[in-house]
Write a protein that binds this ligand. Structure first.
Ligand SMILES: [Ca+2]
Ligand SMILES: [Ca+2]
Length: 479
């Protein structure tokens, strides 16, 4: 059968990877939106914060609050309420971008109610490359397996971004993206509540607390791990029990982080690395901006005075003024050097933004390629079936055509109907071949577009051989 497909020159094998036809790629759009550096505040308004980057690829999630409280009553993003009294580790939610995951440890505790109740006795949260665990019964907090004490008014900074704060009996963990998870100490147990970052996309975060989707409908939040709707609350609750391997209460923090990274898609990995780098660049830019402002604020001379002194004949300038002028010049070139550094830092952030947007587009194109490939396979199967029918009927069709040529009256009504059916098979084959070629072309176009975007948005833009920041100021002196 496969031979039959390949004999048709119109049917090319589908593209499965990054193969690219040499299709004429549209000209790379100039980076016209590259911002002018804003030296006024040291902050570029174009890049206000590290988490402003990614344009949502699939719409923002709506309804970001969540809660698991008491003997646990769950509340989903859109406000659906139900109970989950399962014993063990529950996967409350997980981001498909790989940067956020929350689990709870549900156990039956005696002395709560008449016969004891199932409650949250602990929570484990992975934020980026950190695992934060809270043991409600011992009232102990662990960051990456080390016990940590967080006092009110003294936020604990998480490596790589984010923080933990104490607010009365509560501990609030904020991720670098702005997700908030609250551990509420209730003595023998805890409640868990919080709000996801507004940057979260439709369905990006999902788990035992439901799917955080773009709509505001509470009835469609109970989505199973395989993406289908749960048939019952019980089925839904049971589906989100955590396996031993992914249990954050039972594995070392380093192993949890490693496993999470291994599961991330290449897009998610690159995205995470870029967002971390962008944040670091932004912080450097702020520091340089502040340094620049400090120098500008304490210039030894006003520009007008410097201009005036320079305009004087040399013998009219005092030694003191000469010294001031020299200091003024040094400060001026330091400012110029800082401005150049700030501009470079700005450009790098712009390039990262461009790449992040590129990653979104490439991910979408991957989806297009997958869909087209699947449809092409379906059409291919149908074509093979039709070809078999065509081959099986060929002798009869040829015989009927031959006798019809000599004596049209010799063809019966049934034969005529049969011949029309045979014609339809031939037409169907032609239509399928057009469809297959069309779907194949769409895959090639998507692959070419993906390669074009990949090349146009590569980051870092230049190899690391460019002048390193901080190396040499324009005046030739070490900065
Ligand atoms: Ca929603
Ligand atoms: Ca919903």
């Amino acid at each position: 059968m496969a031979d039959a497909i390949n004999t048709n020159p119109a049917i090319k094998p589908a593209i499965t990877g990054n193969q690219v036809a040499s299709a004429a790629a549209p000209a790379v759009k100039a980076a016209a939106d590259a911002p002018a550096a804003d030296f006024g505040s040291g902050n570029s308004p174009k890049f206000p914060a590290a988490d402003s980057a990614a344009t949502p690829a699939r719409g923002q999630a709506s309804g970001l609050d969540f809660r698991s409280w008491g003997d646990p009553h769950f509340v989903s993003g859109d406000g659906r309420k139900w109970d989950n009294m399962n014993i063990g580790t529950v996967s409350l939610f997980r981001s498909d971008k790989g940067d956020l995951e929350l689990q709870s440890n549900q156990q039956k505790v005696e002395g709560l109610g008449a016969v004891g109740s199932t409650v949250n006795v602990g929570a484990a949260l992975r934020v980026g490359e950190n695992v934060v665990r809270y043991d409600a019964q011992a009232d102990k907090l662990f960051v990456n397996d080390k016990e940590v004490a967080v006092e009110a008014g003294k936020p604990y900074a998480l490596p790589g971004g984010g923080k933990i704060e104490r607010k009365g009996d509560n501990l609030e963990v904020t991720s670098a993206k702005g997700d908030l998870v609250r551990f509420e100490d209730k003595g023998k147990y805890m409640d868990i509540s919080g709000k996801l970052s507004a940057t979260r996309e439709d369905g990006e975060v999902t788990g035992a607390l439901g799917r955080f989707d773009a709509d505001t409908n509470a009835d469609n939040d109970l989505v199973m791990p395989d993406g289908t709707m749960a048939k019952s609350v019980e089925e839904f609750n049971n589906a989100w029990n955590t396996t031993q391997a992914k249990d954050m209460f039972k594995n070392a923090a380093a192993d949890i982080v490693k496993a999470a990274q291994a599961e991330m898609s290449p897009y998610a990995k690159e995205r995470q690395a870029l967002e971390a780098e962008k944040k670091a660049l932004y912080e450097q830019e702020q520091a340089k901006g502040k340094e620049r402002l400090d120098i500008v604020g304490s210039m030894p001379l006003k520009d007008a005075v410097a201009d005036y002194l320079r305009a004087l004949p040399a013998d009219k300038v005092t030694e003191t003024d000469k010294e001031l002028l020299a200091k003024y010049d040094a400060a001026k070139s330091k400012v110029a050097a800082l401005e150049a550094e700030i501009a470079t830092l700005n450009e790098k952030q712009a390039a990262i933004d461009k790449r992040l947007e590129g990653l979104n587009q490439m991910e979408k194109l991957d989806g297009v390629m997958k869909t087209e490939f699947a449809a092409e396979q379906t059409a291919g199967t149908e074509r093979v079936k039709a070809l078999e029918e065509k081959i099986a009927g060929a002798a009869r069709y040829n015989a009927l055509t031959a006798s019809s040529a000599t004596n049209p009256m010799a063809i019966s009504g049934a034969d005529t109907i049969w011949m029309q059916g045979y014609e339809r098979i031939r037409q169907r084959i032609a239509a399928l071949e057009t469809e297959i070629a069309d779907r194949n072309r769409k895959q090639q176009e998507a692959a070419a577009e993906k390669a074009r975007i990949d090349a146009a948005t590569k980051y870092p833009v230049k190899p690391a051989a460019t002048t390193p920041v901080n190396a040499v100021a324009p005046d030739g002196k070490a900065a």
